[in-house]
Write a protein that binds this ligand. Structure first.
Ligand code: GRG
Length: 296
């Protein structure tokens, strides 16, 4: 399979859908909508939407069916990046190769752009015309999956414990607590939402859940490794910042080699989970390799 072509096709579909569903820059208050679009269209990898599409396809569904839900996921992810970059949190100047939202629009508007993206995501997910083929019960489950993954039992919990751990020695279970929530929760939800929209039967949903859990952890370990050995230009953000801030990371706790080994183990776990799904899961398999081997 040509993964680059697959990614390009998915990213094209997602970008068009985002452009369609996000409020236009000309809509009042224009500055807010400009700020929302500035961060969403700053050139992210769209890995969560791509995983949602690939999971839906692995369950027998079509890419087009998940696009609004994939947009909602990317909006929540982008909100988290905008807020994470704020002076009160990581205080970063660059994200996705561009000045961060608060550097361009000021802190108040950056906070509000993040708030609005988070809220618009749920507006989109619960709007009947956005997911025409998806029944109310499934829409409710999708909404719950995204809310649970983003909130104080998911991503926000991971972020809080991560901030709390800065400059402190933490143990391995705490590190896994942080990573499964801060990054893993949205990735798992993306895979599960794709599975639901694709109509996955119980066994397939479980297999995709195992894949999503392992892929989420693999993604974060790779992210930690890239912060040590990655290329600043390719990543579009500063490298070495985790160590500078005394952040809890896999390389810091396990060393680079063991962190790499752990990432490979998680990739293999993800691959094993979707083995029974056959050819339909080929994109998911290639994405698992990409997550671990990527340079950006
Ligand atoms: C502020 C509630 C709140 C949460 C922030 C996502 C997050 C939690 C913080 C981002 C900091 C960070 C570097 C997390 C590690 C992994 C991660 C989520 C990286 C960014 O995701 P990518 O690589 O980014 O998918 P792109 O730009 O490609 O979308």
């Amino acid at each position: 399979m040509d993964l680059q072509a697959y990614l390009k096709r998915c990213v094209g579909l997602v970008d068009d859908a985002l452009d369609h569903w996000l409020p236009a820059e000309t809509m009042m208050p224009s500055e807010l909508h400009k700020a929302m679009r500035y961060s969403v269209f700053a050139g992210g990898k769209r890995i969560r939407p791509v995983l949602m599409i690939a999971s839906c396809e692995a369950a027998g569904g079509a890419a087009e069916a998940v696009l609004p839900a994939a947009c909602a996921m990317e909006m929540v992810h982008t909100y988290s990046l905008i807020h994470d970059d704020l002076p009160a949190m990581d205080d970063d100047d660059f994200r996705r190769g561009r000045p961060t939202s608060h550097k361009v629009f000021g802190e108040a508007l950056a906070i509000l752009a993040g708030d609005a993206l988070l809220t618009e995501a749920f507006d989109l997910l619960t709007r009947e015309e956005a997911l025409p083929g998806v029944g109310a019960e499934v829409r409710l489950r999708l909404t719950h999956l995204l809310a649970r993954a983003a909130g104080s039992r998911g991503m926000v919990a991971g972020q809080v414990v991560d901030m709390d751990s800065e400059g402190r020695d933490i143990d391995f279970p705490t590190l896994e607590y942080i990573h499964t929530r801060k990054t893993g929760a949205l990735i798992l939800a993306a895979v599960q939402m794709g599975a639901l929209i694709g109509g996955a039967p119980g066994g397939t949903f479980e297999a995709l859940t195992d894949y999503g859990r392992a892929a989420g952890l693999a993604f974060q370990i790779a992210d930690d490794i890239l912060d040590v050995v990655g290329d600043q230009e390719l990543l579009g953000k500063d490298v070495g910042s985790d160590q500078e801030r005394g952040k809890a990371t896999y390389p810091a706790l396990l060393g680079l080699e063991e962190a790499r080994q752990r990432a490979r183990e998680m990739r293999d776990r993800a691959l094993a989970a979707v083995e029974p799904l056959g050819k339909k899961a080929e994109p998911l398999r290639d994405i698992a390799h990409f997550i671990v081997d990527r340079s950006f």
